[in-house]
Design a binder for this molecule. Structure first.
Ligand code: SF4
Ligand code: SF4
Length: 63
């Protein structure tokens, strides 16, 4: 099963830790928040570990 990161925009505090961690440049600014570019995400989970507010999780990729 392939996984992809997903950001909870409600609880995200916009600290940028996740986007700074992702070596793929997968997390980008989207207006007042951030979004994951699913095509670039390897599902490594580094961003999940980095978020102090547990606002990133890995979910099953929608095929
Ligand atoms: S690390 Fe968490 S709180 Fe910070 S920008 Fe990313 S999702 Fe939002
Ligand atoms: S799971 Fe890995 S590749 Fe995907 S956004 Fe997070 S750090 Fe980047």
């Amino acid at each position: 099963m392939s996984l992809v990161a997903e950001i909870n925009r409600t609880t995200c505090r916009k600290c940028r830790r996740c986007s700074g961690t992702c070596s793929n440049g997968t997390i980008e600014r989207a207006g007042a928040s951030f979004r994951v570019v699913a095509e670039l995400c390897s599902g490594c989970g580094a961003c999940v570990d980095m978020c102090p507010w547990k606002s990133v999780k890995l979910v099953s990729r929608q095929e």
